[in-house]
Design a binder for this molecule. Structure first.
Ligand code: GAP
Length: 463
C-alpha cells in the first residue's frame, strides 16, 4: 500500500514530468502556491469545464450563461457583504512573523471551532495560552479580509480602489436585471458562469487545493420562495450525478456534509459541503447553499433598482430566492487526478529495480489525449501509414499523438501516464489488410479494427 504522502509526491512529480501542472515562474525559482497548467493540464481542465457547460447550460432549458468582469464596480462588494465580512481569523507568530489561521491552530489542538465567532475563538486561544506551531507567543488575533485590492485608473487613492472578485457569483446577481428583462425566462431559472476568482488566502497549499487564484463554475438558480427546498434537493441530485457519472469518483470517497446553522453564512437557510477524500484528508470539493433573497435584496438596496420578479399568474412582485450550487474547477482537476491515479509498485524496471508504474485511469471524455498512434517500426512504410492515420483522427477534431520513438512498451507507458484511453499500433498486417491493433488502457485487451473505422471507434468510447 502506498502512503498518502507518497501518493501526493508521485502525483506532483508526474504532473511536472508529464506536462500537466508546473510550478509557476519556475525560471525564477517558482512563486509560492501559484501553478501553471501545462499542455495536458489545460486540456484536462478545459474538458471538465466543457463537460460542465454542456451538461448544465446547453442541455438545460432553464439555465443561461454569462461572463462578467473580474473587476466590477466596488459597490458590488459593499452590497454583497464581502467588504465587511469576507475575512479569516489571522494570528502572527511574534518571533518568526509567520501567519496562521486561528481556527486551524485551534482545531490542531483538538478544539471544536464549529459555530464559534471570531471573539469566541480569540478568547479560547487566550484562555488556552495557544502558541504557534514553532512554540512561540502569538500576537492578538485579527480579522483579515481576503479580497485583493487594486486601483483602477491613473491615481492610486481610495476613490480608485477596486477589488478582484473573490467568487464568480456576484456577476450573476449584477446581471440578473438585464437577463430577467431580455431573456424571456420563467422562474425557476439559473445563470451560470465559469471564471477566475481571487482570495488572499492566509494558508494556501496542498498543491492546487487552496491557491490565491483559482477557477469556479457556479450557478445562481432563481426560484419562487416556496420552491427553494425542492430545488435545493434537485441540485443536490445533479451534483451527485456529476460527481459519479462524469468525474467517476467512487461514491465512498465523497461526503455530503450538512452544515449546522451555527456554521452557515448568516444568510444561508441550508448549506451542504461536498467533501472529497484527498490523500491529505477529507476536505471541501464543492458547496450547495440556499442563499434566500439575501443577494438580490442587498443589490436592490444598494443600487436603488427594482430587482423584483413579476409573477404573471399571481400578479405579485417579489425578490426571488436563490439556490447556489458551486463547483471549484481547480479542485475538480485535483480530485480527478487523485482519484484516477493508479500506482502499482510491483513493476520492475529494465535495470532490475522496483519502480512505481503509474496509470491515469481518467474517464475517456476527460482525458487530454484521446488516442495515440504508434507504428511498430519506423521503416517499411509503417511510419507513413501511422502518420496518415493520426492525421485522419486529428481532422475529425480529436486530440491524438503520433509517437514512433522508443520501444513499444515505453510508448504505451508514456500514454498510460497521461491517461490516453486508446493506443493504435500499426504493424505489418496493417499494410496487408488495412487493420490496426487497438489497446485499451484499462482492460489491457488488444483487438484489431479497420483503419477506416478508427475515428468512429474512438468516438464511441469517449461519449
Ligand atoms: N459563491 C460561493 C462560494 O464562492 P466557496 O465555498 O467559498 O463558495 C466555492 O467557494 C468553491 O470554490 C469551493 O467549494 C472550492 O471548490 C473553490 N475554492 C474556494 N476557495 C478556493 C481556493 N482558495 N483555491 C481553490 N479553490 C477554491
Amino acid at each position: 500500500m502506498i502512503s498518502p504522502e507518497k501518493k501526493m509526491d508521485l502525483l506532483l512529480s508526474l504532473c511536472k514530468r508529464r506536462g500537466f501542472i508546473y510550478p509557476d515562474s519556475d525560471i525564477y525559482g517558482g512563486f509560492a502556491n501559484a501553478w501553471d497548467y501545462g499542455p495536458y493540464g489545460i486540456e484536462l481542465k478545459n474538458n471538465i469545464r466543457d463537460a460542465w457547460w454542456k451538461r448544465f447550460v446547453h442541455a438545460r432549458e432553464d439555465v443561461v450563461g454569462v461572463d462578467t468582469p473580474i473587476i466590477q464596480h466596488p459597490k458590488v462588494w459593499e452590497a454583497s457583504g464581502h467588504l465587511a465580512t469576507f475575512s479569516d481569523p489571522l494570528v502572527e507568530d511574534k518571533k518568526t512573523h509567520k501567519r496562521y489561521r486561528l481556527d486551524h491552530l485551534l482545531e490542531a489542538q483538538g478544539v471544536d471551532v464549529s459555530g464559534m465567532s471570531f471573539e469566541q475563538m480569540a478568547a479560547k486561544a487566550n484562555e488556552a495560552g495557544l502558541k504557534s506551531p514553532d512554540g512561540n507567543v502569538l500576537a492578538e488575533p485579527k480579522q483579515f479580509n481576503l479580497m485583493f485590492k487594486t486601483f483602477v485608473g491613473v491615481s492610486e487613492d481610495t476613490a480608485a480602489t477596486a477589488y478582484l472578485r473573490p467568487e464568480t457569483a456576484a456577476g450573476m446577481f449584477t446581471a440578473w436585471k438585464d437577463i430577467r428583462d431580455t431573456m424571456r425566462k420563467k422562474l425557476p431559472f439559473g445563470i451560470a458562469q465559469v471564471g477566475k476568482a481571487f482570495r488572499n488566502e492566509i494558508t494556501p497549499g496542498n498543491f492546487i487545493f487552496r491557491t490565491r487564484e483559482f477557477e469556479q463554475m457556479e450557478i445562481e438558480y432563481f426560484v419562487k420562495p416556496d420552491q427553494s427546498p425542492a430545488m435545493f434537493e434537485m441540485w443536490l441530485g445533479e451534483m451527485k450525478r456529476w460527481v459519479e457519472d462524469v468525474l467517476k469518483l467512487d461514491p465512498s470517497h465523497v461526503v455530503y456534509k450538512e452544515i449546522p446553522e451555527a456554521d452557515r453564512a448568516f444568510y444561508s437557510a441550508r448549506t451542504i459541503d461536498v467533501e472529497y477524500h484527498y490523500p491529505f484528508g477529507q476536505k471541501e470539493l464543492y458547496g450547495l447553499a440556499n442563499r434566500t433573497d439575501y443577494d438580490l435584496s442587498r443589490h436592490q438596496e444598494f443600487s436603488g433598482e427594482d430587482l423584483r420578479w413579476f409573477d404573471e399568474e399571481s400578479r405579485e412582485r417579489f425578490i426571488p430566492h436563490v439556490i447556489e450550487p458551486t463547483w471549484g474547477l481547480s479542485r475538480t482537476v485535483l480530485a480527478v487526478l487523485c482519484e484516477h491515479l493508479d500506482i502499482d509498485e510491483a513493476e520492475t524496471s529494465e535495470e532490475g529495480e522496483k519502480e512505481p508504474r503509474m496509470v491515469l485511469r481518467l474517464p475517456a471524455r476527460l482525458a487530454p489525449v484521446k488516442a495515440a498512434v504508434l507504428p511498430l517500426q519506423k521503416k517499411d512504410g509503417l511510419a507513413d501509414l501511422g502518420k496518415e492515420l493520426a492525421q485522419k483522427i486529428r481532422a475529425a477534431g480529436l486530440v491524438v499523438e503520433y509517437d514512433e520513438s522508443g520501444s513499444i512498451g515505453k510508448r504505451y507507458r508514456r500514454q498510460d501516464e497521461i491517461g490516453t484511453p486508446l493506443c493504435f499500433t500499426v504493424d505489418y498486417q496493417s499494410k496487408e489488410d488495412g487493420t490496426v491493433t487497438v489497446r485499451d488502457r484499462d482492460a489491457m485487451t488488444q483487438e484489431r479494427v479497420k483503419m477506416d473505422d478508427v475515428v468512429a471507434f474512438i468516438q464511441s468510447k469517449i461519449q
